[in-house]
Design a protein around this ligand. Sequence first.
Ligand code: 6R9
Length: 648
Amino acid sequence: MSETLENLLSEDRQFPPPADFAANANVTAAAYDEAAADRLAFWAKQAQRLDWFQEWDQVLDWSNPPFAKWFVGGTLNVAYNCLDRHLAAGNGDKVAIHWEGEPGDSRAITYADLHAEVCRAANTLTDLGVTAGDRVAIYLPMIPEAAVAMLACARIGATHSVVFGGFSKDALSGRIKDASAKVVITADGGFRRGNPSALKPTVDEAVAECPTIEKVLVVRRTGQDVDWTEGRDLWWHETVATASDKHEAQPFDAEHPLFILYTSGTTAKPKGILHTTGGYLTQASYTHHAVFDLKPETDVYWCTADIGWVTGHSYIVYGPLSNGATQVMYEGTPDTPHRGRFWEIVQKYGVTILYTAPTAIRTFAKWGDDIPAQFDLSSLRLLGSVGEPINPEAWMWYREHIGGGRTPVVDTWWQTETGAIMISPLPGVTACKPGSAMGPLPGIAADVVNDAGQIVGNGGGGYLVLNEPWPSMLRTIWGDDQRFIDTYWSRFAEHGYYFAGDGAKKDDDGALWLLGRVDDVMLVSGHNISTTEVESALVSHPAVAESAVVGATDPTTGQAVVAFVILKGNASASEAELKDHVAKTLGPICKPRQIQFVSELPKTRSGKIMRRLLKDIAEKRALGDVTTLQDAGVMQLIQQGMSTTSED
Ligand code: 6R9
């Protein structure tokens, strides 16, 4: 990207919070002032939301940047904060997790149940020789044992490394080796799209290459046949189920490693993002309280993320459970056994707060408005979005068809690296603009800078940076401090900024609009154009459900816009019509050279569009690394379609 990003789309619609929502909100506008007056005092106050064995002496030690220490000298136990203290407060009988299996089986797990199971799992791990500081790999489907395994590790100070249940043997073994994990916790399989999908064979193959693994603990979920290695493999129901449910949570240092989570998506070796204890839990807990306005007595919260994504860590496990929430956890896919499954679940449990991803929202819009309309969604009072920029029209569809035109919608920007939400509206305070994450939360400093690191004014675009340390920040890349410095802190080193890799713009009111990864920015005839803005322009056409845009090498313009488009259920639109629509919405410079109609787009397991694979296609190259692709068949379909259409 040469200078700044073009600022193309403009949005006039604005939705202030409903009056009763604002009047009862957990957090009011005063939080911004309070944090601005004394940021560290603000975070110290939020840390008081937790129970500490020993209070800290210093809120932040930033004497050796970029290596931060938060709540120095403090000690706590994460599992104690998520479980024991709720029991002590008399809430043991409250449901923590309403779990819904894909085949329709369900379990209601109270805080007392969860506590007992976590204690049993902690005792089992201890019996297996796992001690504080050891690494444990977790490779599970979306079953309650995934949360139990994470909390059991946290309880004994073992560092967990959760690997997506859909990842391949190589992805799993690479992550196990990088962290030298001692134990893997897995299952025979999980249910996906109506069928049992095996996990254990992948673990067997991966572990064969991983000499550090001593034990494999296996949950029986599907009942399918598994190979068994005597002495190494243990059934959860024969070990955890019979272990003692008495376990005293020990204090750990605020900077004790809590988990490693690998980020991927590029061809580079995955980075093991390290999070620690006190700062992470403080921000996960506070943001869950502030952004989702959780009322633990009355709300039923549902985050549809997979536990293998950071969103599952912070907003299924640590944030909600530390706040004593009642939540829904769902094992399967949104279209099994029918396309109304999510709405059926919202209706069944009376979900009040729903947190999902733009990819899902666009898919629901594609399937049709009539599907959610068949269910009672009137319990919903707040909707959230995460994972990608949400196109303004997808935001509007979400509010209208899921939120009944009455709920606030919070678009939350953050990363595996940031640990918790950084940029988001406060639902009882902010007048939201569809498609904008609005501004940094209280206590968070973020801005948009140009190539030279200077802050751009309203109306300008450039690089999103974080200009002050935050409690849940990554502490390093596991085993590679230099890569941590080079990857995140070198681009604007003289300013001391963390560079997140994303482009953003500020509109005329100073609201922030995320524009996707700067690696994806297209340079067309000397203009830096974000893929997000062109995609949003396409999605604003009534026939378009979803689109992905890439810049392909072009002899005249340097790069040219190539768009892949999915049309809504019964809609139709011609290539010329969509090209004109983009040119009219954003200007002729953005007019796509080519539009390819497709039925699916390549995505990661967390639903992010893998534009670099589409770029390989647009530039007629062999495909790059596809290991994090959710569904390998998609690329073949797109390639076949591509070879039968001409470019104009
Ligand atoms: C939580 C999560 C991080 C990247 C991030 C950005 C994109 C996430 C977004 C968003 C625009 C949002 N991203 N939320 N872009 N608006 N609300 O997604 O973590 O998987 O590490 O991805 O996702 O590009 O840099 P992670």
